[in-house]
Design a protein around this ligand. Structure first.
Ligand code: HEC
Ligand code: HEC
Length: 257
């Protein structure tokens, strides 16, 4: 119940208004966020091992980086948030990106809650197997076979939008399917290449688990780091589907008991 209360409270976050025209600061901030912050906070800033920043009170109360900046510069090392030596411009870009995410999410959740279970399952089925491309990665007789039995509608909708356990799930002791592992390849300045499952990344180092199960700590300086997150495409897709497609797809998924 706590979760739905939180979702219902979100439309109150109205001060951001609708998304504004594309802003280069947001795009720079997005790139910086993906390379330095996403491994812990999720590519869409909705939380992974570290909290959701889209609904963070620090972000909500921030103006032009005044609240976010000190957290980035000082970190909270004892709680797992590293410090970053960033310029005011870099911080402003990151703040612009996080505000854009908060605005987009507030809008999205405000309509999805009211639209929950109002969709057309047949149209959703068409979308799932057609334009939505869902069936290129999912199967209604495989991984999603009993998906509607596994989650309450509101949770199924949330999993569809952001299929990663959130900070809130762990706070509430919910058992949620973990996110698939993120793969990383690091080409060191010497030309030596290392790859494996990403365990940690910050501006100084990359920690990965290699094929033999060994933890490797690699210096990120001068290295070329390529991250392959199996969820990236899913998240991109969800960020761009319309309200109607969302409602219809959910109605279709609800038939998969
Ligand atoms: C190694 C993981 C990690 C990385 C990388 C990381 N963070 Fe964090 N971050 C955390 C953790 C853990 C917390 C929660 C700390 C706490 O409990 O107070 C946090 C907290 C925050 C908060 C405060 C949220 C709140 O509501 O209190 C902000 C803002 C933040 N991070 C922004 C960033 C930005 C921007 C980046 C990239 C420049 C970044 N973080 C990179 C782990 C990380
Ligand atoms: C490029 C591949 C890809 C596409 C396309 C894709 N997804 Fe996903 N989706 C994933 C991955 C990876 C996961 C996370 C793994 C998991 O939880 O099974 C996921 C998770 C999910 C989950 C949560 C499953 C669970 O057990 O909690 C739902 C629901 C879902 N996707 C629905 C959709 C729908 C609906 C579409 C089409 C609009 C779609 N996905 C398109 C890759 C994709």
């Amino acid at each position: 119940m706590l979760l739905s209360t939180i979702f219902l409270a979100l439309p109150l976050v109205a001060q951001f208004g609708p998304a504004s025209p594309p802003d280069p600061a947001i795009e720079r901030g997005r790139q910086a966020f993906i390379s330095a912050c996403a491994f812990c906070h999720g590519t869409e800033a909705t939380g992974r091992s570290a909290p959701d920043l889209v609904r963070s009170s620090v972000v909500l109360h921030d103006e032009h980086g005044d609240q976010i900046g000190p957290v980035i510069l000082n970190g909270r090392p004892e709680r797992g948030m590293p410090a970053f030596n960033y310029t005011p411009e870099q911080i402003a870009d990151l703040a612009a990106f996080l505000h854009s995410r908060a605005a987009a999410t507030a809008n999205r959740f405000s309509y999805t809650i009211s639209g929950l279970l109002t969709g057309d399952a047949a149209a959703g089925k068409g979308f799932f197997f057609g334009a939505g491309k869902c069936s290129t990665c999912h199967s209604t007789t495989g991984d999603l076979q009993h998906i509607a039995a596994a989650y309450e509608p509101v949770d199924l909708q949330r999993r569809m939008i952001y299929p990663v356990p959130t900070y809130m799930d762990s706070m509430m002791g919910k058992k949620t399917k973990p996110a698939p592992p993120v793969k990383v390849t690091v080409v060191l300045p010497s030309g030596q290449t290392e790859s494996g499952v990403l365990e940690h990344r910050d501006e100084f180092k990359v920690v990965l688990k290699d094929a033999s199960g060994q933890h490797r700590v690699l210096n990120a300086e001068g290295a070329k780091v390529t991250v392959d997150d199996p969820l990236a495409a899913h998240e991109q897709l969800m960020a761009h589907i319309t309200d109607r497609q969302m409602h219809d797809t959910l109605a279709f998924l609800e038939t998969l008991k």
